[in-house]
Design a protein around this ligand. Sequence first.
Ligand code: 0A1
Ligand code: ZN
Length: 870
Amino acid sequence: MRTETPVTIRLKDYTQPDYWITHTDLVIRIHDDHTEVESRLSIERNGDGELPPLKLDGVDQTIIEMTIDDVAVEDYHYEHEQLILQPSKAQFVFRAVTHIHPNENTSLEGLYKSGTMYCTQCEAEGFRKITFYQDRPDVMATFTTRIEADKAAYPVLLANGNPIEEGELEGGRHFATWHDPFVKPAYLFATVAGDLVRQDDTFVTRSGREVSLRIFAEKHNAHKTTFALESLKRSMKWDEERFGREYDLDIFMIVASDFFNMGAMENKGLNIFNSAAVLASEETSSDDRFERIEAIVAHEYFHNWSGNRVTCRDWFQLSLKEGFTVFRDGEFTADMHDRTLKRIKDVDFLKNYQFPEDNGPNAHPVQPQEYIEINNFYTVTVYEKGAEVVGMLNTLVGDELFRQGSDLYFERFDGMAVTTDDFVACMAEVSGQDFTQFKRWYTQAGTPQVDIEQAFDAQTNTYQLTFKQSCKPTPGQSEKQPFVIPVRMALLDQSGQELTIDCDGDFNADTQVLTLSQAETTVTFRGLSEAPVASLFRDFSAPVRVRFDRPEADVLLLATRDPNAFNRFDAIQQIYMDTILSLASGAFDRVPDAVNAVVEAALNDAELSHAIKATLLRLPTYPLLVDNSDTIDAQRLVAARDQLLNHLAVQYVDQWQSMTQSLASADPYRFDAAEAGRRELQGLSLQYWVKAGSDEALNYAEALYRAANNQTDRLNGLSAVLKSDDAGRKEALLVHYYRQWKDDTQMVENWLSLQTSATDVSVSQLKDLMQHEAFDLKNPNKVRSVLGGFAGNFKSFHDDTGEGYQFLAEQVATLNAINPQVAARFIKPLENWKRFSPERGEMMKSALSHILATEDLSPDVLEMAQKALA
Ligand code: 0A1
Ligand code: ZN
């Protein structure tokens, strides 16, 4: 644990380092009780004049020996987690031998033990736990890594780059040496030692080079690597075709680790994955999981260019690689499956997680201006809003120029550490557009709101739209300047047909995009014989909140007939949302007819794919409802959402039943968009059918669970049962599940999260679960299954006792000493306390205060708790 007082790092203070490291030579000697790291760093002065001190980051290391050009270094000191020494030459080799203790490293940063293997996680600042280094992304070196370990226990020894040598050592030990010829920052370093099983394949690049592909896993996970390997090949091909990016090394490796803080990591040539984000089988992985794995494999692979070949100058540029890479993986998934569905899911995710972040105490720009702990900035804002910003650039320049801009970016900055400005400048250069104002999307936090008014003039056949944009203050930013907002749009007639647009605004007829750049813009549309219905922000062309008070008939037309499926989805969700919030506030005492009209239209629409139909029939989630209301009475919201759910369940019970039954299939499992859509719609209709209360439905759900030959059907059956009141049946199925699958890591994680998220759960049940043999507080996946599941279980987490808040706070305090990065993430469920009714807000606040009062708080937890309370 670090003991230093946290310091705030600011973008405006960025300066280049005083020294460059051109080559890094490492020998890592793994022993049972410690690991010895010997580094030789080829260092060169950056600039001239008097030689400044050399400052090397390093934590949790014991120094054994240090030399400069083979002369022992005696004069040095260590402060603020840096080793400081005075070189006497502008070019030299610094050598250090240090000892570290991976077996005791529960932070899972640096070198650590995961199950039976050793592995590393260096992003953002983990390399300083391995050796002394200028641990910052603008210091880029080639690397040679030799690993030595006991051969029987660790037969597989891996590092970045290409393998160059391996051999035997005394005492049953062996070594392997790897060389990475591409310069990289330390955060992309990786090494692995383990008794691993591997699956091999090859990929021939478009220029005809053969690349070896290997996926490694511990023996218990080894049967689940095929899907990831296939996904990898699809990603490699797609990146060549869509972005002209070819793989560069002779070998590409993926290692699955059961202990991992995040989803996966793009280390050069040696990606390390959370097992849950790479291992798949139809028996154990749901359709959602398959899709997620494919996307994460692609994401990490795409980083080889957007992140590795071209990297970030400093951590304030994180979205340069993450926003762009999320955009790229989103395009990949859209191309592989269903573009509209992907858009619906992405926007849903953004509104569920990023909008609340932008609307709370941790709101920060896509390019943050300061941080205490960079690990806290791997956020939905940097990733997902960052991807939206890249998507808007694509919308503004068009597909062709976007590709040209991306080519220029990769070519110009290959092997360099650059900034988001450099990326935008490439788009400006190829398109001739000026993005000065657009760049506010990178520097201003908060979700802009666009208020819209309309007027139709039957005399002149004109229709006017007035857009007023605003953005609420966010921490540290009270005033906001207008954003550039692309509005993809159409005008519809009363039958839902699109009309030709003739207007005086900044409208691009090819892309059907109207661009707003002022605080207020009025656009006049000509040649309209009757009032049109405007379909605005099609496909969510900008990450904004839209307020448009208009006749119910207009919204109904969009919800039932908009040819843009995304906007149809959006209009329906708006109707559900208004209904639930009005039921909760008491403005409505029953479900209005408009809801029945849109539900019936969706139910009876034979043109819709199963997957899209399911999205139209699903009610908004709690985070979305919370984000759209002023003060939340949590349990009234639960009751209101439940009332609508019940109403739909009962009103359409025959349809739910017949849909559930007709969507059943005995065919062998296949993961593709059509089959996944069928299973999704069946799962949803089954939930409604069970909710309507018949034994027949419950029996069907249990039978689906028991007969399932794949995890999606199994979960569809089980979750429907878990949502019912049949305590005996719930218990029996959960016991059955665990007995059947207790030897499968991913299934056990699912089993834990089902109990915390898919059914009502009390704090005492949670405590019992944490005592279960399946639980391990040192394993982030298990922690996420239990605590993450619970915090996302709105009804239970926000029950009237408020016990859940205190419980979560206690877990954060305990985790702070084990794994600060994971601990800090669990502050988020409490951070929006100000939005809840005062009494409840106080309870949430007092849980946060409990966290802040914990001794030895890590910078990660301290920063998040302080912000949440501010
Ligand atoms: N760069 C990885 C995710 C990642 C981020 C941070 C980490 O530790 C602080 C670990 C992994 C990605 O985008 O996939
Ligand atoms: Zn990434």
